[in-house]
Design a protein around this ligand. Structure first.
Ligand code: MSP
Length: 509
């Protein structure tokens, strides 16, 4: 077994049905997981649902359901969506599962035993939508500083985690691991937050019961964020499956949205340090989507339903759009006009058209059979050089989760092939019987560039890439190909029968 790669998404609350925000993180994680498999890693990819806490309990009660009943219903919506979006997760974790209770109680107990958790009283504010504690000072106009919704006053007995004790260790960890928090702006935000000083954190509640009990005191349930964050270790076998845990932990990347950064980069590493477990290697926070220029909200009725969008434009079109349209880490806007534009210009024109003009010429000039490569000229060597460079650029950009730039790199190859066709003009060569060898080399080279591009495209649009792979007569094993071995120039087989045309990305009118 080679190098491992462990990637996670947030686990999603079951009080809400899936929307574009959930789809975004999960698709990004899937692309990264698929790319790492292509590059030879042993990948573990975890997603799931966050089912405990006051917010879920309230939402269930308002629908006349038990929290677990609500969770059982909503979890199906998530699982079905991931199937529809072609998400290749290795496991799906629900925080209501017994294996998760074991893990949460285990690390809670470790912190209790080493004195990092003590009993006290919490008297301050709480934001249920964010499941977050606030002091009077932190409120903005009496509202939650994160989501600007009303908060409620709490006064109850509570266990506290000695977060204050971890201030220096956290700052040192950020310092020694400059890529722990990405992008950089987010890192600066957290460094200054922690530098200002940390207060101990309330980690249990007594005023409701939907959660995991504190192991030594059944009248308390463990704070939902302590519970939820632990999913990342439960999912790789903690505490009972040592072998699996040692293989995959620490996580290589936790992908999250910018709103839940503090939980992942302050609380989570502190809990782990307390339990003597290594913190994750990287937390990457992406931006938020607005819709046609407006904040997405239930009351505005503009929540983008991933089921609807994919029915309308296609799964891969949606995956492509989300990762191409906006630099990963920044906020972006979803609009139908932008979606249509991307599909028509990048997919139908650049990629789809390259495939079709190539198939068409192979049919007309070579009877639909793939030629032999013949002898490469300087022009082919230039194309080969571009592809080599792109392979290296792709790795560098993917490693930093720069998906939009990775796609630019891939489209650089596709457009280099389009340009190559314009330069070499096979339609002219075809008129000259003495240029038959040259014509074959040119068409071979475009077919070969299409083959390689399709491997590059696979993590982003797996379904379409697999279809193109078959159209190119290459079989059904695209998912088993490897970068860099299989993107060497010159592997396209001779004598394959090719169709005359294939519409993989229809234009949207
Ligand atoms: N349950 C917690 C996460 C626990 S992880 C240990 C949670 N769940 S959530 O369902 O509310 O949100 C999940 C993710 O959706 C967050 O990463 C959040 O950033 C993301 N998004 C919610 N709305 C979004 C947009 N409009 N745009 C992009 N992502 C957004 O938080």
């Amino acid at each position: 077994m080679g190098r491992k790669f462990y990637i996670t998404t947030p686990i999603y609350y079951v009080n809400d049905i899936p929307h574009i925000g959930h789809a975004y993180t999960t698709i990004a994680a899937d692309v990264m997981a698929r790319y790492r498999r292509l590059t030879g890693y042993d990948v573990f990819f975890l997603t799931g649902t966050d089912e405990h806490g006051q917010k879920v309990e309230k939402s269930a009660l308002s629908q006349g359901l038990k929290p677990k009943e609500l969770a059982d219903r909503v979890v199906v919506r998530f699982k079905e969506l991931w199937e529809k979006l072609n998400i290749s997760n290795s496991d799906f974790i629900r925080t209501s599962e017994p294996r998760h209770y074991t893990a949460v109680q285990d690390i809670f107990k470790k912190a209790l035993e080493n004195g990092d958790i003590y009993l006290g009283e919490y008297e301050d504010w709480y934001c249920t939508p964010c499941e977050s504690f606030w002091t009077e000072m932190q409120l903005v106009d009496g509202l939650c500083p994160d989501c600007r919704r009303p908060v409620e006053k709490l006064k109850e007995e509570s266990y506290f985690f000695r977060l204050s004790k971890y201030q220096d260790r956290l700052l040192r960890y950020y310092e020694e691991n400059p890529d722990f928090i990405m992008p950089e702006t987010r890192r600066n935000e957290i460094v200054s937050f922690v530098s200002e000083g940390l207060k101990d954190l309330s980690v249990s509640r007594t005023s409701f019961s939907w959660g995991i009990p504190v192991p030594v005191n059944q009248s308390h349930v463990i704070y939902v964020w302590f519970d939820a964050l632990t999913n990342y270790i439960t999912g790789v076998g903690y505490p009972d499956n040592r072998e699996m845990f040692e293989r995959y932990w620490p996580a290589d990347v936790h992908l999250i949205g910018k709103d839940i950064l503090r939980f992942h980069t302050v609380y989570w590493p502190a809990f782990l340090m307390s339990a003597g477990i290594e913190p994750p290697r990287r937390v990457f926070a992406h931006g938020w989507w607005t819709v046609e220029g407006q904040k997405m909200s239930k009351s505005l009725g503009n929540v983008v339903d991933p089921y609807e969008v994919t029915d309308k434009y296609g799964v891969d079109q949606f995956r492509y759009f989300l990762l191409r349209e906006v630099p990963f880490g920044l906020d972006g806007d979803f609009s139908h006009a932008a979606m249509v534009h991307r599909v028509n210009s990048d997919l139908a024109n650049d990629y789809g058209n390259l495939l079709n003009r190539t198939l068409n010429m192979v049919r007309r000039y070579l009877g639909g059979r793939s030629p032999s490569k013949g002898t490469f000229s300087d022009r082919e060597r230039r194309l080969i050089g571009d592809i080599k460079q792109a392979t290296a650029d792709l790795e560098e950009r993917m490693e930093r989760l720069e998906f939009h730039r990775a796609l630019e790199t891939i489209w650089g190859v596709i457009n280099a092939a389009n340009k190559y066709l314009d330069d070499t003009a096979p339609w002219t060569l075809a008129k000259d019987p003495s240029a038959k060898g040259r014509l074959e080399t040119v068409l071979y080279s475009v077919l070969e560039t299409l083959r390689i591009s399709t491997i590059f495209v696979y993590p982003f649009m797996p379904g379409s890439a697999e279809r193109i792979w078959e159209i190119l007569g290459l079989g059904k094993d695209l998912g088993e190909k490897r970068i860099p071995e299989d993107v060497e120039f010159g592997l396209y087989p001779e004598g394959v029968n090719l169709p005359e045309r294939a519409i993989v990305f229809p234009r949207i009118e």
